[in-house]
Design a protein. Structure first.
Length: 388
C-alpha cells in the first residue's frame, strides 16, 4: 500500500484528533467547565500552561517565532476537541484572532516578541475592535477610537466592547483611526488610563468593555496602519469566523449526540421515546443541520489552508460558514432542550453547558443575520466589479 501526502496528512490529523480528545476528556471534564462559571476571568492559567506544553498554543505561529507553523486543519482539531468538553479557555479569541492579527501585521520587534510569548503560553493577547453595543454596525476597518501622535508618543481615546478574553488578557490590540486611516496599537493591560470592565456572558465566561482615556504609549506600539491594518484585521477576522464555526459545529455534534442517547433510553408508554415517528423526524432535521454545517466548515477550513490569495472569496466564505453555524447551533440547542423535556431546562443537566456556549458563540463577531448581510454586500460588490 502506497501513501500519498494527502493520506499522510489525514493520518496525522487523526492522531492529533485522538490525542486532543483524550487530553480534553481527562484534563477538562465538564465538571471543570461548570466550576469556572462566574469565576473571573472565567478560565485557568494553569490549564493554559498545559495547552502550551502540548504545543497547541504555537500551532499557527511561524517557526521563526517559536511556533510549529501548522495549518488551520490542525488548529480545527484542537478547537473541536476542547469544545466537546466546553473548555472555558479562550483558544480561538487568543490563538486565532489575536495571534493571526499579529502574524498579518507589519513585521516588528514587538509583534515577534508577542507571538513568541504567546506560543510559549506566557502571554494572552486579545483584539479590541468592536464599539457598537449590539455589534450590528461594526465592520473591520472602521473605528471611532482616536489615535493621535504627540512627539514620540501615541495617545488613544475611545471605547471598545465585546472584547474576549477581557480581564484575563495581558494586553489588547486596539483598532483606532488616525490621519492615515485605520491603525492597530498594542495596549498592555496595565497601561495608565485603561479601564477594563468585565461583563459576564451567558455561558459564565467573561468579555470586557475597555475605556481608553488619554492612554499614552511609545511609538513602537503602533503595529500597522492604513490599508495594511485593514487587510490584517479583515483577514484575522475571517479566519476567526471560520474557527468559531468549527467550535459551533463541535457543540452541535455534542448536543445532538446527547439528544439521541436520551431518545434511546427515555421510556414512555412502555417503549423508548425514540421509537415515536414524530420525534424521529425532528431528530433527522437536526442531523441534517449538523451535516450541512459540517460540509461548509470543511470547505472553509480547506480554503484557509489553500491560501489562494482571493480576499473577497475568503471573506464571503467566512460569513457564509459563520451564518450557517450560528443558525444551526441555535436551532439544535432549542430542539435538544425540547426533546429532553423538563430535564433539559435544569442547570444541573450538562446539556445546558453546550446550549449556553452556543448562545455566546452564535452572536460573537456577528450573528447569522449580520453575516448574511455581510455576505450579500461582498458578493454584490464582487459582481459589480466583474460587470465593470
Amino acid at each position: 500500500m502506497t501513501t500519498t501526502p494527502d493520506s499522510e496528512h489525514a493520518e496525522q490529523l487523526n492522531m492529533l484528533r485522538e490525542s486532543a480528545l483524550s487530553f480534553a476528556a481527562k484534563e477538562s471534564p465538564l465538571t471543570r467547565a461548570r466550576a469556572q462559571r462566574r469565576q473571573t476571568p472565567g478560565f485557568e492559567r494553569r490549564f493554559w500552561t498545559a495547552l502550551a506544553e502540548q504545543g497547541w498554543t504555537g500551532l499557527l505561529v511561524p517557526e521563526t517565532m517559536g511556533g510549529y507553523e501548522q495549518g488551520f486543519a490542525e488548529m480545527a482539531e484542537v478547537v473541536a476537541a476542547l469544545a466537546t468538553q466546553v473548555a472555558p479557555e479562550p483558544v480561538v479569541p487568543v490563538l486565532v484572532f489575536a495571534g493571526r492579527l499579529l502574524t498579518h501585521a507589519a513585521p516588528s520587534e514587538l509583534a515577534t516578541r508577542l507571538l513568541t510569548e504567546m506560543a510559549e503560553g506566557r502571554t494572552l493577547p486579545a483584539v479590541a475592535w468592536q464599539e457598537d453595543i449590539t455589534g450590528a454596525k461594526d465592520r473591520p476597518g472602521q473605528a471611532a477610537t482616536r489615535l493621535e501622535r504627540q512627539g514620540d508618543s501615541l495617545l488613544l481615546n475611545g471605547n471598545k466592547r465585546h472584547v474576549r478574553p477581557g480581564a484575563g488578557a495581558d494586553g489588547y490590540i486596539v483598532s483606532a483611526t488616525d490621519p492615515n486611516g485605520l491603525a492597530l496599537v498594542w495596549v498592555p493591560a496595565d497601561a495608565a488610563g485603561l479601564v477594563v470592565n468585565s461583563q459576564a456572558l451567558a455561558d459564565g465566561s467573561y468579555a470586557a468593555e475597555l475605556d481608553l482615556n488619554q492612554v499614552r504609549l511609545p511609538a513602537s506600539h503602533l503595529m500597522a496602519e492604513g490599508p495594511g491594518a485593514v487587510a490584517a484585521l479583515t483577514r484575522a477576522y475571517d479566519e476567526t469566523l471560520i474557527m468559531t464555526s468549527v467550535e459551533l459545529l463541535a457543540l452541535v455534534r455534542s448536543m445532538l449526540s446527547m439528544t439521541q442517547d436520551y431518545l434511546r433510553t427515555r421510556v414512555q408508554f412502555g417503549k423508548p421515546i425514540g421509537s415515536f415517528q414524530s420525534l424521529q423526524h425532528r431528530a433527522v432535521d437536526l442531523l441534517i443541520q449538523q451535516e450541512l454545517t459540517a460540509s461548509v466548515v470543511t470547505q472553509a477550513v480547506a480554503l484557509l489552508d489553500a491560501q489562494d490569495g482571493d480576499a473577497t472569496a475568503r471573506s464571503a466564505m467566512a460569513s457564509r460558514v459563520k451564518s450557517r453555524a450560528s443558525d444551526a447551533g441555535l436551532q439544535v440547542a432549542r430542539e435538544a432542550v425540547q426533546l429532553h423535556g423538563a430535564i433539559g431546562v435544569t442547570d444541573e443537566y450538562d446539556l445546558g453547558l453546550y446550549l449556553q456556549r452556543a448562545l455566546v458563540l452564535a452572536t460573537w463577531l456577528g450573528n447569522g443575520t449580520q453575516q448574511r448581510r455581510r455576505y450579500a454586500d461582498l458578493t454584490r460588490n464582487a459582481t459589480a466589479q466583474e460587470h465593470a
